[in-house]
Design a protein around this ligand. Sequence first.
Ligand SMILES: *Cc1c(COP(=O)(O)O)cnc(C)c1O
Length: 399
Amino acid sequence: MVIDRDHCLALDAGDPLRAFRDEFVLPQDVVYLVGNSLGAPPRRAAERVRRTVEDEWGRQLVGGWNHAGWYGQPLTTGDRLAPLIGAGPGQVVVGNTTSIAIYQAVAAALRLRPDRRVIVSDVRNFPTDHYMVQGLARLLGGYEVRDFAEGRFDDAAAVLLPEVDYRTGALYDVPSITARVQEAGALMVWDVCHSVGAMAVDVSEADFAVGCTYKYLNGGPGAPAFLYVNPRHHATAENVLSGWYSHAEPFAFETDYRPAEGIRRFAVSTPHVLSFAALEAALDVWERVPMDQVRTKSMALTSLFVDLIGDALELASPADAAARGSQVSFRHPDGYPVMRALIDRGVHGDFRAPDILRFGFAPLYIRYADVYDAAATLLEVLDKEHWRDERYTTRLAVT
Ligand SMILES: *Cc1c(COP(=O)(O)O)cnc(C)c1O
């Protein structure tokens, strides 16, 4: 079947999610396929941040901690976010960054399995996950960091995995891996950075889960991360980053640490209030989003892109849409200049070393016609070899 642009426009006209595009601000002349790295700004984000600066900070000053709800944000925002990962109220705390949440989750898991000295991590995982585990193992001493590919968990304390491989987009089977890890007596920590907001996520069987809010969730650059702790661990798990927000009575200013009850035990310290404001604007949108339709459209968008590119590039993602997240990756030995040439022509993807061209499809604001235009531009860059232009070879700091 030859897919033409009119066919894509017809798909857009029948898209049940099409009205959500108006909830986001996007430049006219850009096809933005990097929503898996930094989501587009919600239309109401600027107003929400302005309100926090002018009305809350500007008028209430320090009173904002009490009267504007700032103090409670790690938990109140956690409750709003919980449905997106299959969690309930009082199970998610928001703040800090994913790397920090990983440290807290893995350290807590190790303390819950003191007789075991193995941490299973995955060399395919986003490097910071692996680096945080390596740093924790170095600090504690006597721990082995084992690659997930070895498939052995019977002596592991904790297993940390991503739900989606950030390079290829390959999906991990959360329910079956979780069950296998827990049957072996280890604790399961999921990183859902690349799945939350792109599909229905359910970490309710996991022991811990972490994720960021600036990718598909559109919380903004530097938006706070989240940490899910299964309620069965609330009374026994330890927060090694025992900041005052996790104290039983922060404003008693006691000399000694006493952990709070419940999920607040995993807060660390003062929330990034301005970042929370932008995230709240994004959650106002997510509250109305049917996640089953997001996944259906996501699979249709990635399949369309794969079909349009055909064999012009080597597919690095699973060929079956059900086996990948909301991204498509291709390999090209000159991937970096190819991506630079493409971005110069208004189609934004990113490059992941050594040879991956990566395209993320955020179903709330990417249209079928955008996919068509992106594919046509990419095919032209390859066909005409625009990427051979010298100015595309110098590497920028962020690729
Ligand atoms: C994006 C991402 C991170 C980001 O970590 P930060 O601490 O926010 O810099 C971590 N892990 C995975 C799997 C990611 O995709």
